[in-house]
Design a protein around this ligand. Sequence first.
Ligand SMILES: Nc1nc2c(ncn2[C@@H]2O[C@H](COP(=O)(O)OP(=O)(O)O)[C@@H](O)[C@H]2O)c(=O)[nH]1
Ligand SMILES: Nc1ncnc2c1ncn2[C@@H]1O[C@H](COP(=O)(O)OP(=O)(O)O)[C@@H](O)[C@H]1O
Length: 183
Amino acid sequence: MAGPFIFVFTGTSGSGRKTIAHRIGSELGIDHVLSYTTRPPRALEPPDLDYHFIGKETFDAMERRGEFIQTAVIGRERYGIRTKELLQPLEEGRHAYVIVDSEAASLLKKLYGDRVVRLFIYVDKRTVKERLETKAMPVDVIDRYLGLYTEEVVYRKQCEHVIENVTLNRSLEQIRTAIQSHL
Ligand SMILES: Nc1nc2c(ncn2[C@@H]2O[C@H](COP(=O)(O)OP(=O)(O)O)[C@@H](O)[C@H]2O)c(=O)[nH]1
Ligand SMILES: Nc1ncnc2c1ncn2[C@@H]1O[C@H](COP(=O)(O)OP(=O)(O)O)[C@@H](O)[C@H]1O
């Protein structure tokens, strides 16, 4: 078996990256390395599922101690992945997955080369809007995602795998096949 690998779920915001990543991660037994963020949790967003929610002071202190492999400011909030938490599964021979934007995806590729497999998930803009409205996502978040779409979608050209998430089961099948092609 090659690896261990870092599977990087990236793509357009609201396309289903978290949904797909968690389903495949738990099915294939891949460790999720959560990002830390200063963004407050949204209604019904549980702690420690998608993010570790922390205060700005805690984030700053962690950054000063050099704990993050990278950080980003997105929509005025800060995001980062802790180096130690990313490296631990790899050192213990286990694959890991993260869910990040194109900037972090590129950096991880640069740092870890063939160990990094980028899975780009997208759907068309209208579908993003419809899905998020159905789930009662705040309007400002939907607007931000739609505003980012054109800039985000071009990154697919650089990714190892590209999946249009129309039907969830079909997307899961495609991702499963893509991941297994590396194992
Ligand atoms: N660069 C970078 N991006 C991140 C990190 N963690 C999460 N992201 C991305 O930042 C964006 C955060 O958007 P947000 O609306 O708060 O959360 P979402 O519900 O995960 O889309 C998403 O595109 C995430 O994939 C990180 O550590 N670094
Ligand atoms: N194939 C799909 N069909 C319908 N709804 C989906 C599909 N994939 C994801 N969703 C829904 O779309 C919304 C956004 O998904 P999410 O995983 O949060 O996206 P992202 O992490 O890319 O922002 C969620 O409400 C999720 O349940």
